[in-house]
Design a binder for this molecule. Structure first.
Ligand code: PRP
Length: 208
């Protein structure tokens, strides 16, 4: 998998256009976030390690595979919550770990307010999900927390990324693949992705 990928899937492009539209209501917005996360999840898990198995069909034995080790889905609260549902549709047996970060509106720095990782993080790989990669501060902080907990392999999945956030995350975590629905033009001077979609948390939960 390339280290930074921007989806070319027609359904991702179509759903992102609907997601960006300012008049998309929260109910539709949440549904779009969920299905985009599922499609991007397929792309993000393309290199997931597997081991061979044999299954008994009604007629005989067939070769199969099973996932080689547990997978964790790690939403960055709160906007990442809607993406976690979409990834669980894909990997229902995944563990879900929550990290709460909010971005200070003045400094744009992430503040950690919640961290609910298991006492022993035994996932082989963690999919960190957040709709927006803006300055990259929140993504880097979440990946640092997971690295310190001993998770060997991380992948960051977002709906829209700014070039500035990609540069920051790849600079801090060069081995963490970034799977983005779209890479936008730039950050505004107040740290919003342009043209973006506004604030993904506010639009999901109608708090704007
Ligand atoms: C948004 C977004 C990311 C972060 C991105 O969350 O969902 O977590 O900002 O910005 P960054 O790349 O500059 O760190 P926000 O702080 O608005 O919190 P919310 O999820 O509760 O809405």
């Amino acid at each position: 998998m390339p280290l930074v990928s921007e989806s070319t899937h027609p359904l991702v492009k179509q759903k992102l256009a609907m997601l960006r539209a300012a008049d998309t209501p929260p109910s539709v917005f949440r549904q779009l976030v969920r299905s985009l996360a599922t499609i991007l999840g397929v792309e993000a898990t393309a290199s997931l390690p597997t081991r061979p198995t044999v299954v008994r069909t009604p007629l005989g034995d067939a070769p199969g595979v099973e996932l080689d080790g547990p997978v964790a889905i790690v939403p960055i609260l709160r906007a990442g919550l809607g993406m976690a549902d979409g990834l669980l549709d894909l990997i229902p047996e995944a563990q879900v770990w929550h990290i709460g970060l909010f971005r200070d509106e003045a400094t744009l720095k992430p503040t950690e307010y919640y961290n609910k990782l298991p006492s022993r993080c035994q996932a082989r790989c963690a999919l960190v999900v957040d709709p927006m990669l803006a300055t990259g501060g929140s993504a880097v902080r979440a990946c640092e927390i997971l690295r310190n907990s001993g998770v060997p392999s991380l992948t960051f999945v977002c709906l829209i990324a700014a070039p500035e956030g990609i540069a920051r995350l790849s600079g801090a975590m060069p081995d963490v693949p970034i799977v983005a629905g779209a890479i936008d033009e730039r950050l505004t001077d107040i740290g919003f992705i342009y043209p973006g979609l506004g604030d993904a948390g506010d639009r999901q939960f109608a708090t704007g």
